[in-house]
Design a protein around this ligand. Structure first.
Ligand code: HEM
Length: 302
């Protein structure tokens, strides 16, 4: 038996010379040429990999959400739920990336950033377009963030389009309307580039969807999947805030504002607002039930 390796073995059919099907398909040579540390800090590679992995997951989530929107527009609720379950799953490794840089102290971060500035200039992740596109798709439409993309006209255009188009939540509400729920026309026909204003009638639609556990089961499944996605997103924001507290403290950040003071209010940006606010009413007993709100007081007064 001859088990010697012949280095000059020809590439398999269809694979360029010098590659294997694995390296060609997964582009491993390109992938591993993309980490270019600027400092001599031993942890910078971990920082770059962690940020690049986040970028890859944001793009993956964008593509999944767009696929789910196409399915919702075709009223394929089963398919949309299956796609959105994958978005829930992707948040697990995305959020776990924070563990990879949890060792950082302010000294570590500053050692790296002090070399990034002289080479690339002062940077802010607010100029990262994948995150912003994902956020727009989740329905958090803040047009003011477009200004950060003026140096990248192609990305500015792409994000302007994403801002003006329906979000995942808009497609969910349009689907609910087609299913016969009373989603108001003002909600469906609004200017999609403007921030979404929560609506009491939509809140009641979610209450109706959940009212009877035996009815609208697939829509309840959709609602719970959206709740999981919102939780995954908010968890990322919480972990980012904690990493900032840990490595940056109260220093002024990109805009001269204290970093934590800038980030803290964004914690309230939770997607799918009425899905959450409706939970204050879902399961309320019907008015005639002795346990209904106010009934106890009325009886006590008898
Ligand atoms: C641990 C070190 C980090 C610190 C101290 C930090 C700090 C900050 C600060 C202060 C902001 C507010 C905007 C600004 O002034 O630039 C911000 C925004 C942001 N950062 Fe980080 N960051 C860190 C790591 C990361 C990593 C690893 C990522 C992932 C790639 C990331 C992604 C983002 C995003 C997407 C925003 C915009 C958030 C929003 O709009 O709500 N950051 N960061």
């Amino acid at each position: 038996m001859n088990d010697t390796v012949t280095p000059a073995s020809p590439a398999p059919a269809g694979t360029p010379a010098g590659h294997t099907p694995y390296s060609d398909w997964l582009q491993t040579d390109v992938l591993h040429s993309l980490q270019r540390p600027v400092s001599d800090h031993p942890g910078e590679h971990a920082w770059i990999v962690s940020a690049q992995v986040s970028e890859l997951y944001w793009m993956l989530i964008i593509k999944e959400i767009q696929a789910a929107q196409t399915q919702l527009r075709a009223d394929d609720l089963t398919g949309a739920c299956r796609t959105l379950r994958r978005v829930v799953a992707h948040h697990e490794p995305l959020n776990a990336t924070w563990r990879s840089i949890a060792w950082m102290t302010p000294v570590d971060l500053l050692a790296i950033l002090s070399c990034v500035g002289p080479k690339y200039g002062k940077d802010t992740a607010l100029q990262g377009w994948t995150y912003r596109q994902m956020v727009y798709l989740l329905g958090i439409k803040q047009g003011e963030h477009l200004q950060h993309f003026l140096p990248q006209p192609r990305r500015w255009e792409q994000l302007s389009k994403a801002l003006a188009e329906p979000s995942l939540y808009d497609d969910v509400l349009a689907h609910l309307r087609r299913k016969g729920f009373a989603v108001p026309a003002v909600v469906l026909d609004r200017d999609f580039s403007a921030p979404y204003t929560p609506d009491k009638v939509v809140e009641n639609v979610w209450r109706e969807v959940y009212a009877d556990p035996g009815e609208h089961r697939e829509l309840q499944q959709l609602g719970e999947t959206l709740a999981d996605i919102a939780e995954g997103f908010s968890t990322w924001k919480h972990l980012h805030l904690m990493a900032t507290r840990r490595t940056f403290g109260a220093r002024p950040a990109y805009f001269g504002t204290e970093g934590i003071a800038w980030l803290l209010p964004t914690m309230n940006e939770i997607p799918f607002p009425e899905l959450w606010s409706a939970r204050g009413f879902i399961g309320d007993p019907p008015a005639m039930c002795p346990h209904a709100r106010g009934q106890g007081n009325a009886r006590a007064a008898e």
